[in-house]
Design a protein around this ligand. Sequence first.
Ligand code: GCU
Ligand code: CA
Length: 401
Amino acid sequence: MLKKSCAVVCICLLSILGLTATAGAQSASSTLRIEEGTTGAGFCGVDGWIHNNHAGFTGEGFANTQNQLGNGIDYAIYVDEAGSYDFEFGYALHGPERSAEILVAGVAHPFVFEGTGAWTNYQTSPIQTLQLPAGVHTLRLVGTGSQALPNLDWVNITGGSVTEAPCNANSNAATLELLSPNSIDWVAGSTGWLNLTLTSDVTVSNVSASVIDSSAGVSFDYPGSADSSSLSQDSTLSPSEIDYSSINFTTPSAEGIATATIQINFEWLGVQHSVVETLEFSNVNYEGEDFAILTESGELTTSLDAPEGNWLELNYLGLSPVNSHLEVSVDGPLDAYHPQGTYTGLHYDAHLHGGERDVARVWFDPATLDAGSFTLTVSIEYVDANGEAKTTSHDVVVLVS
Ligand code: GCU
Ligand code: CA
């Protein structure tokens, strides 16, 4: 077996990229112009094409719906206050008038586009005024005749503060994901904290987790702790960041499964969202062991775009008080894969008290990884509750994709 260790300790990979603005005081009226495009925000698609064969447009062209009843264009906007918003469309229409409607939350606002005389003659539609509540809106402009819409150059939206919103803005599936497992090994009748590891694909703010329900015997209010927790670094989670929220639990003394329902709240573009997850605690009475090894396998990726893939998390559960020290060895050709840094301790401190879960993270340089699998041997030196120095080791099978 080859063994390698070094003193590089990489605790966290965190990058705070920005803060999401929250709704403020009443703002002055402004106009947002949304041109055709495929940016993933603002203009969200046309049932047809982006064309540029009739001059006179602004931007890169115009949105040409395929001539068929029901075809249209989708937009996503964010307004930070409720109120009236004026919609005006720049368009060209050679032929006779075409009827259309703006769909907001399933409600249709019908109007008519008059002919402009030529496909190169772009004009401005009459203003359509809509009442919008604050928040994110996906809007659809749809043709209600067999020829669908005229050629659409842009839309101007005038009102309080209007900005383009991500096109998936209204999907609640959105944005915040719990990376840590929902089923947890725990020591029966013990207290300890649990890290909820979170990631988000857009920047969200005011992130906090709390317990909203629990089955008999699980409580989350052991002395000195709160039942709700914000993120460990700050309350904002950006797309490249992984952070966690710690919640304290006390589990029933009987062995078996107990559950806790947690709610993770966050704010995105001024809108409150939440994700509800159920955690299952497998309560076990371990006999005569100092700590339990919770990680038997792991996954890594060769992709640099997946920061979570570069870390291997090794989870341990304290059963009686120990002071521990980890040495990580790789069983296999070191040229092919090796940890860049060997993590030499637990994340919080070198101690595991009864009922405490802690994690050691080993970072791998993705460039050194090959797809396949290898075995990582983790050696742990520790001092047990009686002050006796002990050594143990365990294997972790690692899949590399
Ligand atoms: C013509 C014109 C298109 C237009 C279409 C229509 O084909 O070139 O730009 O979209 O008519 O009737 O909608
Ligand atoms: Ca058309």
